[in-house]
Ligand binder design. Structure first.
Ligand SMILES: Cc1cc2nc3c(=O)[nH]c(=O)nc-3n(C[C@H](O)[C@H](O)[C@H](O)COP(=O)(O)O)c2cc1C
Length: 455
C-alpha cells in the first residue's frame, strides 16, 4: 500500500499534523508513505510547473491520499486551498480518481468539522473514495488513548482499502452552468450615512462579481470604499510562526495590517465580495483571512454590520454559511445578509442586491445585534480556555481577555456558587426536597415575571 501525504501546513517538516502521520508510519512498517509538503512549497508549486507535475505523478502512482492539515480560520490554510485551485486550473483532477483518501486535521477543535466537510466534498469532486476524517486536537498526541484511536482509525482505513470497500459520495455535484449577469440601470435612491467598505477578492475581470459590486455601488448615494485584495500587497500566507501572539505584530511588513488599521477598523459596514472556487472562497481571500491571525483573538469587528456577495456555488457549500454565522457571533458583529449569483436571470440578481441594500440600511440604522447560538458560545469557551492556558505565548490575547472580563469561568460567579451551596444543603434533607420539587416550574419562572412587570 502506497500512501501520499498532502501536508497542508505551511510549517512543512515542523508541522504538528505531520507528526501524527509519522506516528502511523512508525506503527505500519510495511506501508509506504511519501510526504509532500504542499503548504510549505506552495510558491514552488505555483511557479515551477515541472515540480507541480512531479507532485501529480507521485499522487497518480499512489494508492491512497491523506489530506493532512492544520485548521486555519475554520478551514484549510490558504496554501492548501491554493493547491486545490491549481489542480483545477491545470486540469489535473484525473490523477486523484478512485484513490482511497481520508483527512487528518490537528487544531484546537475550532471548526475542524467544517474543514473536514470541505475536504470530503473536494475529495468527492475529485472522484476519490473518501473514507472519513480524524479530527485530532493538537495535544491529543500526548495521550495514549488518543494515539490508540489514531492507529485504530488507520487500521480500519487499511482494511477498507484491502477489501475494496466503496464509500457513498454524499456531496451534491457542483453546478457549472451560471448565468452571465447584466445589471439593470435604475436611479440611485438608497442612502446610508456610514462608512461602507467593500472587500473583494479579485475585481480584475469584468465578471459577475464585478458587475454585482458595480450595481451595489451605483444603487447607493454615499461614497463607498472598495478594496480589491488582488491589488494590495500580501507578501505571503501565514507561516504559523505564532510570533504575533506576544504583541499582535506580524513578521510580514506588507499591506495586511494597513487594511485593518486604515479600513476595517474605521468602517461601520463591511461587505465581502468573494468568488467561490471549488468548495470555498478563493485562496486570495483565504491568505488574507489567515494573515489576520496577528490580531489574535481580540476582535476588531465588534458591532460592525457584515454582509456577503458571492459569485459561484455558494449553495453547495453549507460550511460557508455556518462559518459566516460563527464568525459574526464570536466577533460580536452582525450578519445582515448573504447573496450569490446562483439565479436564473439578471433581474433576480438585481432584486437580491436591492434587498441586501435594504437589509444593510435597516440593520445599521436599528443598530441590530443578536444573541450568540451554540456556534458563538462554543467559540468563546474554546478560546477562553485556550488563551488562559497559553497565556505566555498569547500574551496580547490574555491581556485583552483579562481587561474585558472574558475569563468568565463558572467558579468565579460567587452568586451562583452561594445559591448552589444553599440549595445543595436544602436538597440533602428529604423533607425539604419533597417540599421544593413540586414548585420547580413556578420557581424558575419567577425571575422572568419580575422583569416582565418592570417593562
Ligand atoms: C493562522 C492560524 C489560524 C488557526 N485557526 C485555527 C482554527 O480556525 N481552528 C482551530 O481549531 N485551530 C486553529 N489554529 C491552530 C492550528 O490549527 C493548530 O495549532 C495546528 O495543530 C497546527 O498544526 P501544524 O503544526 O501542522 O501547522 C490556527 C493556527 C494558526 C497559525
Amino acid at each position: 500500500m502506497k500512501i501520499v501525504v498532502l501536508n497542508g501546513s505551511p510549517k512543512g517538516k515542523l508541522s504538528i499534523s505531520k507528526k501524527y502521520v509519522e506516528f502511523l508510519q512508525k506503527k505500519n512498517g510495511n506501508t509506504e508513505f511519501e510526504y509532500l509538503d504542499i503548504g510549505f512549497n506552495i510558491l514552488k508549486l505555483e511557479k515551477n510547473r515541472e515540480y507541480f507535475d512531479s507532485v501529480m505523478k507521485k499522487i497518480k502512482d499512489s494508492d491512497c491520499v491523506i489530506w493532512c492539515t492544520p485548521v486555519y480560520y475554520f478551514m484549510v490554510p490558504g496554501q492548501l486551498k491554493r493547491f486545490i485551485e491549481l489542480i483545477y486550473e491545470r486540469n489535473t483532477q484525473e490523477v486523484f480518481k478512485d484513490k482511497y483518501a481520508f483527512s487528518l486535521t490537528t487544531s484546537i477543535h475550532f471548526y475542524d468539522t467544517q474543514t473536514v466537510e470541505y475536504l470530503e466534498a473536494v475529495s468527492h469532486d475529485l472522484d476519490m473514495n473518501y473514507f472519513g476524517d480524524f479530527t485530532a486536537h493538537m495535544n491529543d498526541f500526548f495521550k495514549e488513548k488518543n494515539r490508540k484511536e489514531l492507529t485504530g482509525f488507520f487500521d480500519t482505513f487499511k482494511n477498507s482499502f484491502e477489501n475494496k470497500i466503496k464509500f457513498h459520495k454524499t456531496s451534491i455535484v457542483l453546478n457549472e452552468n451560471k448565468i452571465s449577469y447584466t445589471p439593470s440601470k435604475k436611479d440611485t435612491e438608497a442612502v446610508l450615512n456610514k462608512n461602507i467598505l467593500i472587500i473583494a477578492d479579485d475585481l480584475s475581470q469584468k465578471d459577475n462579481l464585478y458587475n454585482m459590486i458595480e450595481k451595489f455601488e451605483t444603487s447607493i448615494k454615499n461614497k463607498i470604499t472598495v478594496l480589491d485584495l488582488s491589488q494590495i500587497n500580501i507578501a505571503g500566507g501565514c507561516t504559523g510562526c505564532l510570533r504575533c501572539g506576544y504583541s499582535n505584530k506580524c513578521i510580514y511588513n506588507d499591506d495586511v495590517k494597513k487594511v485593518y488599521d486604515d479600513y476595517i477598523k474605521k468602517s461601520d459596514v463591511i461587505l465581502y465580495a468573494l468568488h467561490i472556487k471549488d468548495r470555498y472562497a478563493s485562496s486570495r481571500f483565504k491568505y488574507f483571512q489567515d494573515r489576520t491571525f496577528f490580531n489574535g483573538h481580540c476582535p476588531p469587528f465588534i458591532n460592525k454590520k457584515i454582509g456577503y456577495i458571492f459569485s459561484g456555488n455558494y449553495r453547495y457549500c453549507p460550511w460557508i454559511k455556518q462559518n459566516l454565522r460563527a464568525f459574526c457571533e464570536y466577533t460580536e458583529s452582525y450578519l445582515f445578509g448573504t447573496i450569490s449569483d446562483e439565479c436564473s436571470s439578471s433581474e433576480e440578481i438585481d432584486i437580491l442586491i436591492d434587498s441586501l441594500i435594504k437589509s444593510m440600511i435597516s440593520a445599521t440604522n436599528n443598530d441590530c445585534s443578536k444573541p450568540v447560538s451554540f456556534l458563538g458560545k462554543s467559540s468563546h469557551l474554546i478560546f477562553r480556555d485556550f488563551i488562559y492556558s497559553h497565556k505566555s505565548i498569547f500574551r496580547a490575547d490574555f491581556k485583552y481577555y483579562k481587561n474585558n472580563k472574558l475569563f468568565d469561568f463558572p467558579h468565579k460567579d460567587i452568586k451562583t456558587r452561594f445559591f448552589n451551596f444553599m440549595m445543595g444543603m436544602a436538597f440533602s434533607i428529604k423533607k425539604m426536597r419533597e417540599k421544593i420539587a413540586p414548585r420547580f416550574k413556578n420557581f424558575m419562572l419567577k425571575p422572568y415575571e419580575k422583569v416582565m412587570e418592570k417593562e
